[in-house]
Design a protein around this ligand. Structure first.
Ligand code: MRU
Length: 354
C-alpha cells in the first residue's frame, strides 16, 4: 500500500502558494498565502517554511509566481523581472544548498526558453516548479526505502533518535530522516523515536513530535542535554538526521546540535546516519569548512516562543547550523542508495554515474 504523510506543507493552486505557518505549529494550523515572489522570499527568511528541500521547492514556486506577477508585455523586462526574483529568493537563507539547486534549475529553464513568448516561458516555469515538487516526494520515499536497508543489521524493533525536523514539514512531503523513520514504522520496526527538542527554534518538540503523533509512531521528547543519558541507558540504537548541505568528502551541515549528537553516538558506538537527497550534496566545495553557517537573530536565544528568558542586554550567539565531520557518519542514505565511507570516492562515483 502507498503510504502518504498526513501533513501538507505547501499547497500550489496554479497561481498562489499556500504555506503552512511552521512558526505557529503545533497549536495553530494556519496557511500563509504567497501571491508574489517577495512574499515567498520573506516566508523563507522568516521561517514560515523551513527545512532544506522544502525551501528549495518553495523558491522554485517563488520563481514561477514572479513569472505570473509580471504584467507588462516586454520580453526583456519579463526576463529581468524573473532574474531579479531569483536573486531575491537566493538571498533568503544561506546554508541549505537545495535552495540554490532549485533556483539554478529554474534559471536554466528561463535561459533555455528565452526565445519563446512570455506566456509560454511562464508555463515552462510553472511546469518546472511542479516537477521539482513531485520529484521531491518520490525521492523522499526512495530515501525511506533505502533507510530500511541501512537498518538491516538490527534485529526486530529499533529505538531511533532524531534531531530537528527532517519530516514532511521540511520537504514537499514524507521527509528524509523522518521518511526513514516512517518507512521503518510502516514495516513495524520502530520501538520508539527519541525526539530532541532542538533549541533554540524547537523544530523537534514542535514539529517532529507533531508529525509522529499524527502517524501514531511511538515517541518521547527530550531536551537536547538528555541525549547522552538516553544513549548511556540503551534507549538509542541508531541516530538518523537530515542535512542542509553535504560536502563531497561527506562532511554534513545540519541543525545546530547535530555535531554534539554525532560525537555522543561515536562515543557510545551507535550508528549515525544522514538521510538526504542528492540535491543536498554541494559538489562545488571540498569540505565542511566551506559551508556558510547562518547566524540568526539573538532573540531566538533570549526568548522561548516569544517569551523573554534573559535580559535584552545579555550577549548571545545564535549559529543555526553546525557541521558533522565525515568521520562521525556511518552512512548517508540517499535516493540512489546508501553511501558508506570512503565518502569522497563513493560520492564522486555516484555523481559520475548520474
Ligand atoms: O533552520 P531549519 O529549520 O530550516 O533547519 C532544518 C534542518 O536543519 C533540517 O534538519 C534539514 O534542513 C534537513 S530537512 C529534510
Amino acid at each position: 500500500m502507498e503510504h502518504q504523510s498526513k501533513v501538507q506543507t505547501l499547497i500550489w493552486d496554479g497561481q498562489n502558494l499556500k504555506l503552512i505557518d511552521q512558526r505557529k505549529l503545533p497549536f495553530i494550523k494556519e496557511y500563509v498565502v504567497c501571491d508574489s515572489y517577495e512574499k515567498v522570499g520573506t516566508a523563507i527568511k522568516d521561517m514560515v517554511v523551513r527545512g532544506a528541500p522544502a525551501i528549495g521547492v518553495t523558491a522554485a514556486y517563488g520563481t514561477a509566481i514572479a513569472g505570473i506577477q509580471y504584467e507588462g508585455s516586454s520580453k526583456k523586462e519579463f526576463l529581468e523581472f524573473v532574474e531579479k526574483a531569483i536573486s531575491f529568493l537566493a538571498a533568503s537563507r544561506p546554508t541549505a544548498v537545495n535552495l540554490f539547486w532549485a533556483l539554478k534549475r529554474m534559471k536554466e529553464v528561463l535561459n533555455e526558453n528565452r526565445q519563446l513568448e512570455i506566456k509560454d516561458i511562464r508555463k515552462k516555469l510553472i511546469d518546472e516548479s511542479e516537477q521539482i515538487e513531485i520529484e521531491d516526494i518520490s525521492i523522499n520515499k526512495k530515501i525511506g526505502e533505502n533507510g530500511i536497508e541501512a537498518f538491516k543489521n538490527f534485529k526486530g524493533k529499533v529505538k531511533v533518535l532524531t534531531h530537528c525536523n527532517a519530516g514532511a514539514l521540511a520537504t514537499a512531503g514524507y521527509g528524509t530522516a523522518l521518511g526513514v523513520i516512517r518507512s521503518l514504522a510502516f514495516s513495524g520496526r520502530i520501538a520508539h523515536v527519541v525526539v530532541d527538542e532542538t533549541r533554540p527554534y524547537l523544530q523537534g518538540a514542535r514539529l517532529t513530535a507533531w508529525e509522529l503523533e499524527q502517524e501514531e509512531i511511538p515517541f518521547f521528547i527530550i531536551t537536547d542535554n538528555m541525549a547522552a543519558y538516553m544513549m548511556s541507558k540503551g534507549e538509542v540504537d541508531g541516530v538518523v538526521v537530515g542535512s542542509d548541505r553535504i560536502a563531497p568528502n561527506g562532511d554534513s551541515a545540519n541543525k545546530i546540535g547535530t555535531l554534539g549528537v554525532s560525537i555522543l553516538a561515536k562515543y557510545y558506538r551507535i550508528p549515525f546516519f544522514i538521510a538526504a537527497p542528492l540535491s543536498t550534496i554541494d559538489i562545488n566545495i571540498e569540505n565542511g569548512n566551506q559551508i556558510p553557517i547562518e547566524e540568526r537573530d539573538g532573540r531566538e536565544v533570549r526568548e522561548i516562543m516569544g517569551r523573554r528568558i534573559i535580559s535584552e542586554e545579555m550577549p548571545v550567539r545564535n549559529p543555526s547550523f553546525d557541521v558533522t565531520p565525515a568521520e562521525n557518519i556511518s552512512a548517508i542514505i540517499t535516493e540512489r542508495g546508501v553511501i558508506k565511507s570512503p565518502f569522497d570516492i563513493n560520492i564522486r562515483k555516484l555523481f559520475n554515474n548520474k
